[in-house]
Design a protein around this ligand. Sequence first.
Ligand SMILES: CC(C)(COP(=O)(O)OP(=O)(O)OC[C@H]1O[C@@H](n2cnc3c(N)ncnc32)[C@H](O)[C@@H]1OP(=O)(O)O)[C@@H](O)C(=O)NCCC(=O)NCCS
Length: 283
Amino acid sequence: MRRCLGCNMKNIYVRILLFLLWAVTVAILSTSFAVAYIILPSISKRACHHPSHRHYHCWRQAKYNTKLYTSQEDDNSIQTSSSQQQSSVLDSISYRKVNENDIPTCFRIEFTSYPLDESASIDNLYYRQRVAGDYFWIATLPTNIANEYITKQSTDTDEDTTIIGYICSTRCNEFVEESMSTHDANGSILAIHSVVVDEPYRRMGVASAMMQNYLKEMIPFSSFNANTRESGFERILLLAKAHLLGFYVDNGFMVLRPSPIVHGSDTWYELEARQYHRFECKP
Ligand SMILES: CC(C)(COP(=O)(O)OP(=O)(O)OC[C@H]1O[C@@H](n2cnc3c(N)ncnc32)[C@H](O)[C@@H]1OP(=O)(O)O)[C@@H](O)C(=O)NCCC(=O)NCCS
């Protein structure tokens, strides 16, 4: 059956309309795809170069090897600047024995770093400072350098330095839970209770540097002191959770055994400083 001219014309218009509809749909779909997968990710990568992000966030990301950047050039410059920052921090650390005025800051760091049931009380820190001050060492940074790592300027300053971490211990003859709140000046064991770095300064090697310095500073206390008539300690022990065993082994400790001390729900391990360990000679 033959169609009339009018019907043919209508057919052509319908086809043109359908084609236009298809073209518009394709255009909308490809624009959405481009926005979702190409434009937005590249904007967020660029946002990471913003000075306020770059300083801390990007440095951490680069350190954890997260590939946020597409160009090798960017990767290299971030890694170089992070290692420069890291060595500037490590080169600028000073160590000294704690004094009474430092305790509120030490307590703030302790309180914000350990779970509530594991952190020492402020009274306990004052006690350790008062009776075992020789074994309580803090790490400080010049405040202008320390302030580069925090958004809110620090009030934890002693003149122009800022406390960024500390290690404290007491002596005992048997390493049990009570050792944390007692001190025997002639105890044969130096029990380390806190190794702590304030959060903004972590993963830059501060705790490792602090521990190396601490083990060195403890050498005189491991032999008899003619002035105080105190005998030297024979061993340095500490307790750590499983995730930090690698940190301590890298810093001169050996893992002895799971500790019989129960503290919270996690298993604790007893470690000993290799440098001070004296192997018993059995007859
Ligand atoms: C544990 C702590 C002291 C580490 O301080 P830090 O200055 O970040 O340590 P460092 O930068 O010297 O770490 C050196 C290495 O130890 C290991 N390490 C450090 N912190 C770690 C953690 N939380 N988990 C697993 N491994 C860790 C890593 O291998 C790290 O090297 P990397 O940064 O190249 O990966 C710090 O995270 C802290 O104060 N935590 C809260 C208190 C605490 O748990 N203290 C230990 C009590 S036993």
